[in-house]
Design a protein around this ligand. Structure first.
Ligand code: ADP
Length: 549
């Protein structure tokens, strides 16, 4: 369905070296061998390693997969793990050997975890020791899993009822740290990640070596002030989420230091981790940065090394971008994409004419412009393309070499998700202006339609969080007899602030259209979040009107 290359009229005379993930770690070990990989765990000393060691241990793992676990090319090996050096070794050892690395999100609900592992037919699961109790009660429902590898040494191995459980260090012990990786067709599947799926079952996105390398090149070419070998990267985004936004591949390509922080960090600890390792680049969802910002403000702190803050997964509020850019001097990169798109599609790097204050902040609230390699169109409900005039809004369709052409063994989802002419339907509603800036207005399932007109939940939330006493906000549409839907806004008070509904409504007045003003503002202590850290609007809708959803 997607356009594949036709036979060349005259073949070019260049080498056909395949694009392979193993070459990234080879490159890093050879040319950036002493650059550090740091794993931090609360209450334990930091573990420090290097690309040279990570390559050697990935090689040992690849030998273990072949010789001890008899995993063949194309078979799936799951990870159920936080961000650590060992998880990075799995990225290279599994994919490098020709098997498929299936990253499973441990924060999902149990039925989804069972569905995903069974659907992928994972032969082995590599899991962190603290997650053993999560999988133990599920193991009986995972008949295809032959064994469990706990990511620890023999001494830390917990007593477990998991069948055929071994310690990772014992599994790889005694095997050579040298390897000649197999030569693979670059279209070979390399990794698998399921999207959480707001309706129906989760859907598997099956990446290839080629898609991964091309995505990494595109990131390297487009990254504002490219991270490079001077950089220290702390991916707050978990390694089980959408290739952790490409960083486990980009860092070795560029020789950047990688810092893996404890997954349970509060803002104070995260700030400490960034400072301790002199991190220059970090990436995560807006919720994390809103909390960090609140902590910085309350304690009057500054960053001594941070230069670039990557934010994506949901729309960052303007107030967040402005505070980091103007007050803290940190460049914000708003990036849009999804699991199906590897994930980078657009980067919010303003063109030079727009990269000056104050309009820079406005431009950065947009999702940015397409990376080379990603084609974008917006279409109306009938599938007709809409103009790039900054006004017309429609669903974004994308295509390109790192965009999913379908879902793993799921024809129904593929038929729904990919158009007959080979474009991926993203479910995001956007306008695109004459300069090519994509502005995400909403997710199709979160759009509020009132009196036949759209209200952008994202814009409502952005305005609300500019209120000094609002830490976080979420707008949902609730059924209404006359208007079909009306907005309701949930807000969380910033620490140390009192908040009432009337002051939020007064604040919105004059900043959004009158008919956008929510019918109700509800102050809550906390908002529900999804397994990937985004606000769960589905939960809010269920809470508001249990019978209606
Ligand atoms: P899910 O959130 O459904 O688990 P993904 O993690 O793949 O799945 O998220 C992709 C979605 O996140 C996009 O389709 C879009 O709705 C939202 N998103 C990602 N980045 C941005 C961004 N920079 N601005 C606004 N929305 C974003």
């Amino acid at each position: 369905m997607t356009a594949t290359a036709v036979a060349p009229a005259l073949a070019g005379l260049m080498m056909d070296r395949s694009l392979q993930i193993s070459r990234l770690i080879d490159h890093a070990a050879l040319w950036h061998g002493d650059i550090e990989i740091v794993t931090q765990r609360t209450g334990a000393p930091d573990e420090r390693s290097t690309y040279r060691e990570v390559r050697a241990r990935s090689a040992q793992l690849a030998h273990a997969l072949a010789e001890r676990l008899h995993v063949a090319a194309g078979e799936r090996v799951a990870t159920f793990a936080w961000n650590t050096q060992r998880h990075l070794e799995l990225y290279y050892g599994v994919s490098g050997s020709g098997a498929v690395l299936h990253t499973v999100n441990p924060r999902l609900f149990a039925p989804q975890i069972v569905y995903i592992i069974n659907h992928a037919r994972d032969r082995f699961v590599f899991l962190d020791a603290d997650l053993v109790p999560v999988l133990e009660p599920l193991a009986a429902q995972l008949p295809a899993v032959e064994g469990y590898v706990v990511l620890c040494g023999e001494a830390e191995m917990p007593a477990t009822s998991l069948p055929n459980a071994v310690a990772y260090e014992s599994l790889i012990a005694g095997l050579p740290g040298e390897i000649e990786w197999p030569e693979l067709d670059e279209r070979t599947a390399s990794s698998l990640c399921y999207t959480s799926g707001t309706t129906g079952n989760p859907k598997g996105v099956l990446y290839s070596h080629r898609s991964t390398i091309l995505h990494t090149f595109a990131q390297a070419a487009s990254w504002q002030a490219g991270p490079g070998s001077q950089a220290a990267i702390l991916p707050v985004v978990p390694l089980f989420h959408a290739n952790a936004w490409g960083l486990p591949y980009l860092a070795p390509m560029q020789g950047s230091k990688l810092v893996f922080a404890d997954p349970h960090l509060d803002p104070a600890e995260l700030y400490g981790a960034l400072e301790r390792e002199q991190v220059t680049l970090t990436c995560g969802v807006p919720t994390i940065w809103l909390r960090l910002l609140d902590y910085l403000e309350r304690n009057d702190l500054r960053f001594s090394s941070l230069k670039l803050l990557g934010v994506g997964g949901s729309a960052p509020p303007r107030a967040l971008i402005e505070a980091f850019e103007v007050k803290y001097g940190v460049t914000v990169l708003n990036a849009w994409g999804m699991t199906e798109t590897s994930p980078a599609c657009t980067y919010g790097t303003p063109r030079p004419a727009h990269d000056v204050l104050p309009q820079r902040i406005d431009y950065k609230t947009r999702a940015g412009r397409a990376l080379f390699g990603v084609e974008i169109r917006i279409v109306d409900d009938d599938g007709a393309s809409l103009p790039f005039d900054g006004v017309a809004q429609g669903e974004i369709h994308v295509r390109g070499p790192w965009i999913a052409a379908g879902y793993f063994e799921d024809d129904e989802a593929t038929a729904r998700g990919v158009t007959a002419d080979g474009w991926l339907r993203t479910g995001d509603i956007a306008s695109i202006d004459t300069h090519g800036y994509v502005q995400i207005r909403d997710r199709s399932k979160d759009v509020i339609k009132s009196g036949g007109e759209w209200i952008s939940s994202i814009e409502l939330e952005n305005v609300a969080v500019a209120h000094p006493a609002v830490a976080e906000a979420a707008a949902i549409g609730i059924p209404h007899p006359t208007w079909s839907e009306r907005p309701v806004l949930y807000v969380v008070a910033a620490q140390g602030h009192e908040l009432d509904a009337a002051s939020v409504i007064a604040f919105l007045d004059g900043k959004v259209a009158k008919w956008w003003i929510p019918d109700e503002v509800i102050v809550v202590a906390e908002l529900p979040h999804t397994a990937t850290g985004k606000i769960s609007k589905r939960t809010l809708r269920e809470r508001y009107a249990p019978a209606a959803t």
